[in-house]
Design a protein. Structure first.
Length: 296
């Protein structure tokens, strides 16, 4: 049996479903060694594991799908595609939104520019590391002098879902934010005259799930469900934190929903990209007034 060299053994020993920070040369996965080098201008570098169970991993296997590297002006993402290493870059100034999608076990960090999106999957055991990445991204991607005067905190005295409440408390502990609008849970009524569709709507008892629209000094922050419309007895353990810099907002559009009475689709527009939220008429109106005052 051939001996496994120390670099591959180190790679195997540290492998798991978590993101790992690259701090020294031996932390770089062998498959990316020719395309990535640690340099002094790196703010933070992470390696993204393949979806392999730890018990199925073996020394010498390709155990990592990618590297995410944050520099002063850009993020570089190295990933495997058909056994080839591809290198992509996203400048902070081109980022229009950041979304952190979280479920009980898995999360996904989405970085959106005006031309494309980047997705970084992660295990929730890496939550604190992703928080560090998001803090760097938020600090770097805001390039405008827009500074919103925040109103006094006026958060609703309502029973928020526990995941939403924890996310809100964490935000408030680290920065000053104010409430723009609160979308409460809303029972949805179908507008179809078709008997089958009316029965289906009544049986499923569709509900628009709550969401929070917040303002930081230079961003809108939205806490929302990954699945905004739910059927009765349907449980959803996921939520999304969306970060939207005021400097990137270009326009907004409101559309009526074709199926449910009083439901609106709010589209925040960033050039070629949109971010959509589902709200009632009153909440949509509040956000519209706030956003249109600040659209460039």
């Amino acid at each position: 049996m051939m001996a496994i060299d120390s670099t591959l053994q180190h790679e195997y020993d540290s492998f798991g479903p978590w993101l790992l920070e690259i701090k020294q040369p031996q932390d770089v996965p062998r498959v990316f060694a020719e395309d990535f080098q640690l340099t002094d201008d790196i703010l933070m570098a992470l390696k993204v594991p393949r979806p392999i169970e730890r018990r199925d991993a073996r020394p010498g296997q390709v155990l990592y799908d990618g590297i995410v590297c944050l520099y002063d002006r850009e993020v570089k993402i190295l990933h495997l595609e058909q056994q080839q290493v591809l290198v992509e870059s996203a400048c902070y100034k081109d980022m229009v939104t950041i979304q952190d999608v979280r479920d009980l076990l898995m999360g996904e960090l989405r970085i959106q520019t005006d031309s494309r999106s980047y997705s970084i999957p992660y295990s929730m055991v890496s939550q604190e590391m992703v928080d560090r990445v998001v803090r760097i991204l938020r600090k770097k991607y805001i390039r405008s002098d827009i500074l919103i005067k925040l109103e006094d905190e006026n958060f609703p005295n309502v029973e928020l879902p526990l995941l939403f409440k924890n996310a809100l408390n964490k935000l408030r502990a680290n920065e000053k934010i104010s409430l723009l609008a609160y979308q409460p849970n809303m029972a949805l009524e179908g507008n179809s005259s078709d008997d089958y569709e009316r029965f289906e709507n009544i049986y499923n008892n569709y509900t628009l799930y709550c969401s929070l629209f917040l303002s930081a000094e230079r961003e809108i922050i939205v806490i929302s469900s990954n699945k905004p419309i739910k059927r009765r007895m349907e449980v959803d353990s996921s939520y999304i934190l969306s970060y939207i810099p005021y400097s990137q907002l270009r326009d907004m559009q409101i559309e009526k929903d074709s199926r449910f009475i009083g439901l609106r689709h709010l589209l925040l527009k960033f050039g070629h990209q949109n971010l959509e939220f589902m709200l009632d008429q009153n909440t949509t109106r509040k956000i519209r007034v706030h956003v249109l005052d600040r659209v460039q």
